[in-house]
Design a protein around this ligand. Structure first.
Ligand code: PGA
Length: 256
């Protein structure tokens, strides 16, 4: 099956509203709308920037998707500091990153939390971008395929094929995030293929064939093309390089 690439920018905790609007406008100015016939594109700004960024793309009639970086699984109530799926949907979010390694490592997010968020997002019709990936210690121990596929199984526990089909998985080796040390195309493909095989076990080959598996970790305009040429890599989750409009747009071009 021909899967369409997805290039998603993860802005992390960068850009005030003013800066976010400028960056979104710069991306929009460099963008030809017909690119979106060939590739899906999204940006994931901090939550306070979501609505202003949605407004920029709506004003320009550009179907770049906007995604959140986190969500809470309860609908409403006494959960100080958290944001619900319904709140994100009303803003116009199409995607939400879940289980990024920074959330797992710095904010103690567990596989169970990730699963609750994935299920809440699917129920609320927002596409989860589920991040998985091993630390350097796990890579060096040689158990990275078991580790990553166990994260995938845990994230999708209790989810059926129909519910899973629009979800996205992003393989992001922790040792490659923000380090400038990208996985080689072969290293990334090995794990992305194992992720797809796990999705096939969970949901059947046809559903797994249609689901997107992204690579993330120091992807940039210099290495995107080779990574995206791999059969099981269907796009990228881009951190640092998504903060410069020119770099981000070059990666989008490499994905067409
Ligand atoms: P990076 O981040 O591209 O800066 O390595 C990727 C990510 O954490 O999603």
């Amino acid at each position: 099956m021909a899967r369409r690439n997805l290039i998603a920018g993860n802005w992390k905790m960068n850009n005030t509203i003013g800066e976010a609007v400028v960056l979104a406008q710069e991306i929009s100015n460099k963008f030809y709308p017909d690119w979106l016939d060939k590739v899906d594109v999204a940006v994931c700004p901090p939550s306070v920037d979501l609505k202003p960024v949605v407004n920029v793309f709506e004003f320009d009639h550009l179907k770049i998707g906007v995604g959140a970086q986190n969500v809470y699984w309860e609908e409403k109530g006494a959960f100080t500091g958290e944001i619900s799926v319904g709140m994100l949907r009303e803003i116009g979010c199409v995607y939400c990153i879940v289980g990024h390694s920074e959330r797992r490592n710095l904010f103690a997010e567990t596989n169970e939390d990730v699963n609750k968020k994935v299920r809440a997002l699917i129920a609320g019709k927002i596409k989860p971008i589920v991040c998985v990936g091993e630390s350097l210690a796990v890579r060096d121990a040689g158990t990275y395929l078991e580790f990553v596929t166990a994260q995938v199984r845990a994230a999708f526990a209790g989810v059926d094929a129909f519910e899973a089909k629009d979800a996205v998985v992003a393989y992001e080796p922790v040792w490659a995030i923000g380090t400038g040390r990208t996985a080689t195309p072969e290293q990334a493909e090995e794990v992305c293929a194992a992720v797809r095989a796990t999705l096939a076990e969970l949901f059947g080959a046809e559903t797994a064939d249609g689901m997107r598996v992204l690579y993330g970790g120091s992807m940039n305009e210099g290495n995107a093309e080779l990574l995206l040429a791999e059969p099981d890599i269907d796009g990228g989750l881009i951190g640092g390089a998504s903060l410069k409009a020119a770099s981000f747009v070059e990666i989008v071009k490499a994905a067409m």
